[in-house]
Design a protein around this ligand. Structure first.
Ligand code: 0O2
Length: 269
């Protein structure tokens, strides 16, 4: 029988730590995007381990109840996904740059260089996160898992299968999983080699999205003005500028719209 009687209270700070960490990593993504830069972090999510899962791990590892907080490092868990293997190193640097500010890095486990026999690849960082509670500052252990989308696809599938087979996967399935982990890693390595091309394409797409929004906003303002008489001509120019999604043509058209808007504003004064 567990000595932890009030799980809600026990897990509360862990949930608070997960919420704060997810918010902080999400803000990093948002800031990169705002500055029109490529974000090494693709997405982030977190979870607090369920009480039954904590107890199962404690039993499996012979951890007494009063040592759970100290020895189970992944009660608070954050998972950071990235597109390319090279992004992992950058994310690790981002986390290390916060060392001594709002967290302490306790341990790093590189399961990419040291792939697990199962085929599992991921970079783990165990941190002590500083939490401000109603009773003052407190450090909470958390595990940050950093992996590519391909690594995550594999790990999620394997995790579900492990649950289905109660952690004892049939040998043939284990072998197939090891082979598919290698295939996923091959994909990661291939994508890494064409990283620059993919990133450039993504940057152009983002620029095109921002330009489209700006053109539509400018057109709205122009249409709302009673000073413009040749709307038909502007419509024609719009169709030509948007044809084929050429960013340079769109940029030129947007500059023309901005100049026209400036003239309208000057006339209205
Ligand atoms: P869950 O359900 O994800 O929370 P261990 O002895 O391996 O159980 P330890 O010593 O705390 O755990 O550390 P380790 O090996 O770094 O594993 C921590 C977590 O990494 C695991 O938590 C998994 O989330 C993930 N992980 C590690 N190995 C594998 C693997 O082979 N396959 C998959 N899919 N995930 C793995 P939990 O508590 O085991 O599970």
């Amino acid at each position: 029988m567990s000595k932890i009687l009030n799980w809600e209270e026990f897990l509360f700070p862990y949930q608070q730590a997960v919420n704060e960490l997810v918010l902080k990593f999400q803000s990093i993504i948002d800031e990169y995007k705002l500055r029109g830069l490529y974000s090494p972090i693709e997405s982030v999510k977190g979870r607090v381990k369920k009480s039954y899962s904590i107890l199962e791990k404690a039993e499996r590892k012979n951890i007494p109840d009063d040592m759970i907080e100290e020895l189970i490092e992944d009660i608070a868990g954050v998972r950071i996904l990235c597109q390319f293997v090279d992004d992992i190193e950058k994310i690790v640097e981002i986390i290390k740059s916060r060392d001594g500010i709002d967290l302490r890095v306790i341990e790093e486990k590189d399961y990419i260089t040291n792939t697990k026999p199962s085929g599992y690849r991921s970079y783990h960082m165990i941190i002590a996160y500083t939490l401000m509670t109603s009773r003052g500052y407190r450090e909470i252990l958390a595990e940050i898992q950093i992996r590519t989308l391909a690594m995550n696809f594999w790990a999620t599938a394997e995790h579900s299968l492990k649950y289905k087979y109660n952690r004892k996967l049939p040998e043939e399935l284990q072998e197939r999983l090891v082979r598919s982990a290698e295939a996923a890693f091959w994909l990661d390595k291939e994508m890494n080699t064409i990283r620059e091309d993919i990133m450039q394409a993504q940057r152009i797409n983002e620029r095109r999205d921002r330009l489209t929004l700006s053109i539509i906003e400018n057109l709205k303002k122009i249409y709302a003005s009673d000073k413009v008489t040749d709307i038909g001509n502007i419509d024609n120019e719009y169709m030509k500028a948007m044809e084929g999604g050429d960013v340079f043509k769109m940029e030129n058209f947007n500059r023309e719209l901005e100049a026209l808007l400036e003239k309208i504003e000057a006339d209205e004064k």
